[in-house]
Design a protein. Structure first.
Ligand SMILES: [Zn+2]
Ligand SMILES: [Zn+2]
Lengths: 396, 373
């Protein structure tokens, strides 16, 4: 079966960094193609914070996320199927990726309980007992119709230690097989397993080694965006990418701050997502090279520059910080305007990373990035160490 | 600003043209017209990028002092006026005192100035501050400071006082305006007050039209806000008629409020030329009740791009901003189209027919529940 299987995803490496583990690739998917390393904005409810899909196309966004937990609840799989999937429902003809719903369930619902069969939870509507099994997660994700789906995994908080982590790791491996068997549309929806194992190098290694035996098109690295210590974080990432096959994309789940993106690309990750850039826009926080600014701050009341002079987004073209200062957190339109910019910032960052890798100057890019982000040379120790592990020595 | 009446239909409906307006002298505007309603200097939910995807946007942006008075110092430092400050530089800007969609609290105006309600609470505006703000904002035309805190229940004494105060403000403003280099291209509209008292209205109209103003704003029938949607122009058509009798033909007349289509038509028939467009934003769902629902025949961006009712319904259920964006575009589109049909109806002398269509739409309107099911 493996040999004749139709592939929803093909991955081609375009360029590799000669110093680090970074690479530039192209993912071909049923709806569109994606250039990696890629940042995927999160459109939880089938919409991205006030942006029309056309605006995302103009920003050259090629893939975005939807959340299975939310979409399964509203509008629900029946309506989505009737609409012909989420792509049609929301008017987005490029790529979509959905998570399994498990993470949200465990983090949003206090009463969720994980059993071998699945995640048991109380319906937030009528209080009745329900079960999200690997099969059910894939069934909903099949109705949503995203190009890339995630397996249901046994999520443990990254601070958990001991046998529970090991149990979760083994269960995650058992669940990938149930998920793969349940996928009704392998030819148009691919499924990524998720490397778990908490912060235990041995467990992560065993998990990754087991998962790469499966016939899948790409891999996710999970359980590493929960506020764990960064020195552990990067070691788990690099350990995972060392084991995962080179010829398949690697998706580092829930990671998307600029600093983390630059470091983790160097460690060999290809895909990223994070709610922060879009969620924070509502509060007036705009991302700029070197950090972020809160437009609500009085210091911008008479600042007649755009958010970022070098940004080519429609917000920076038309609006000043001073005007945005008068409407952020007050008018809903401000939320859309800042979101446009923040998405542009994230996508531009990834495009610059890609270019620098292709031009074989990624190490210089990293050096410049750090100098701009930390002008006083006070680089975070974990990042210095992580980069040293891939032969980049930052000079302060 | 120049205004000419091209023809009068029925009792007083006017087909007119505004020209030589403010800082963009070459623009010609057809009346009856509505202005582009804004909040904080932006069309609700619509950044310039999205706004530009719409057709037939009114060339006049209606910006209110209540939204921007807190920030006038920034616009002052910016130097180039509020149109450019709010990224609406291709629009003409009209500055009114209050947001027609927000109720103005009663009982806070004084002889020395009036109360404006912004996000930061109450600001008292006297003539001095008022002129300072106008010089900073650099509008193409603006409403004079006025005491419009009158309604049906206002005493005759209070109505008379509002006329007097408003005339006193106007004289001071005219004096300041004539000496202002920055406002030399800005047109000033006088404000007719007098509540429901015909005598006071007459006095206000006569006195205001004797002064050098470019047009008139008729207010003081209600305190704006959602409740003004219930305001029935036919209840005061007598008073308005009397007022208009004392105003010169060749100057435009503007009335603020949340205007449902049938009320717009009645006002047009009386001889009102310029309106707000806050109605399509007043209740995004309810609007479906009386104009065409999102339909396959609609040519607006939302319908043209085939966003479905089911999707918009989902966005409403999940309180997503895109619901506001898509509905605002559709609702604005219909409202702007409606003003175009008023125009052609007047040209072709078919106002009665248009009135019938609007009445029919109103009575056959689908309910909000029907849309959402
Ligand atoms: Zn920008
Ligand atoms: Zn439409």
């Amino acid at each position: 079966m493996a040999a004749s299987r139709a592939h929803a995803l093909t991955f081609k490496i375009i360029a590799e960094c000669k110093t680090t583990k970074a690479r530039v690739g192209k993912i071909n998917l049923p709806h569109y193609h994606v250039d990696t390393p890629v940042f995927m904005p999160v459109g939880t409810q089938g919409t991205l914070k006030g942006l029309a899909p056309e605006q995302l196309v103009e920003l050259d966004c090629k893939i975005m996320l939807g959340n299975t937990y939310h979409l399964g609840h509203r509008p629900g799989p029946e309506l989505l199927e009737k609409a012909g999937g989420l792509h049609k429902f929301m008017n987005w003809d490029r790529c979509l990726l959905t998570d399994s719903g498990g993470f949200q369930m465990v983090s949003l619902l206090k009463l969720a309980e994980i059993k071998e069969e699945g995640v048991k939870f109380q319906s937030p509507h009528d209080g009745s007992e329900m079960m999200l099994t690997p099969e059910k997660s894939i069934e909903i994700q099949n109705s949503i119709g995203a190009d890339i789906m995630m397996q249901l995994d046994d999520v443990v908080h990254s601070s958990t230690t001991g046998t529970r982590v090991e149990e979760a790791m083994h269960r995650t491996i058992r669940w990938i097989d149930r998920c793969l068997a349940a996928n009704k549309h392998p030819e148009k929806q691919c499924l990524f397993p998720i490397v778990q194992g908490g912060l235990d190098p041995d467990l992560r290694k065993r998990c990754a080694e087991e998962l790469i035996k499966r016939d899948v098109d790409g891999y996710a690295i999970g359980g590493l965006s929960g506020g764990e210590e960064k020195s552990h974080f990067w070691r788990m990432v690099t350990l995972s990418t060392d084991i995962l096959p080179k010829d398949k994309p690697r998706y580092l789940m829930g990671v998307g701050f600029a600093l983390d993106l630059v470091v983790c690309v160097a460690l060999g990750c290809d895909m990223f997502d994070c709610v922060f850039p879009t969620r924070t826009a509502r509060f007036g926080t705009a991302l700029i090279p070197g950090g972020q600014i809160n437009l609500k701050n009085k210091m911008f009341a008479q600042d007649f520059r755009p958010i970022d002079e070098n940004c080519n987004c429609s917000t920076c073209k038309d609006y000043t910080r001073a005007y945005l200062h008068t409407i952020v957190t007050i008018e809903p339109v401000a939320s859309s305007l800042v979101t446009v910019h923040n998405v542009a910032y994230q996508l531009n960052l990834m495009t610059s990373i890609q270019k620098s890798i292709v031009d074989n100057r990624f190490p210089e890019f990293i050096q410049n990035f750090f100098e701009e982000m930390y002008p006083d040379g006070d680089f975070p120790q974990w990042a210095v160490e992580a980069l040293k592990s891939v032969n980049v020595r930052l000079s302060e | 600003m120049k205004f000419s009446v091209l023809c009068v239909r029925g009792h007083g409906a006017r087909l007119g043209q505004l020209s030589s307006i403010g800082h963009q002298g070459c623009k010609i505007l057809d009346t009856p017209m509505c202005m582009l309603y804004t909040r904080g200097g932006s069309a609700p939910y619509l950044g310039l990028d999205m706004l530009q995807r719409m057709e037939n946007i009114p060339p006049v942006a209606h910006i209110t002092l209540s939204h921007l008075s807190d920030h006038y110092e920034a616009v002052q430092a910016f130097k180039e006026g509020v149109a450019k400050f709010t990224a609406l530089k291709d629009h003409l800007v009209f500055i009114s005192l209050h947001d027609p969609a927000v109720e103005v609290y009663s009982g806070f105006n004084e002889k020395s100035g009036i109360a404006i309600w912004g996000k930061g609470g109450k600001t008292k505006i006297d003539v001095d501050l008022f002129m300072k703000i106008q010089e900073a904002l650099l509008p193409d035309w603006y409403q004079a400071l006025s005491d419009g805190d009158t309604s049906k229940d206002t005493s005759k004494k209070r109505a008379g006082k509002s006329v007097q105060r408003t005339l006193t403000f106007l004289d001071q403003i005219i004096e300041r305006h004539s000496q202002s280099e920055r406002l030399k291209n800005s047109a000033l509209f006088g404000v007719i007050e007098g509540g429901y008292s015909e005598k006071d209205r007459e006095h206000s109209a006569k006195e205001t039209s004797a002064r050098p103003v470019s047009g008139f704003i008729i207010e003081g029938f209600h305190n704006m806000g959602p409740k003004s949607e219930q305001f029935c122009i036919s209840d005061v058509s007598g008073v308005i008629q009397k007022t208009l009798d004392y105003l010169p033909e060749d100057k435009p007349r503007l009335m603020h409020g949340v205007w449902p289509p049938d009320q717009v038509l009645e006002a047009v028939e009386l001889g009102i030329d310029i309106f707000d467009s806050s109605y399509p934003c007043s209740d995004l769902c309810m609007y479906f009740d009386d104009l065409a629902p999102i339909s396959p025949h609609c040519t607006c961006y939302t319908c043209h791009k085939k966003f479905t009712r089911a999707y918009i319904n989902h966005l409403l259920n999940t309180s997503e901003i895109l619901a506001g964006v898509l509905l605002m575009i559709h609702n604005f589109h219909h409202y702007f189209q409606f003003f175009r049909s008023i125009h052609s109806a007047l040209e072709e002398n078919k106002l009665e027919e248009l009135k019938r269509v609007i009445q029919q739409q109103k009575s056959s309107a689908i309910s909000k529940d029907a849309l959402l099911s």
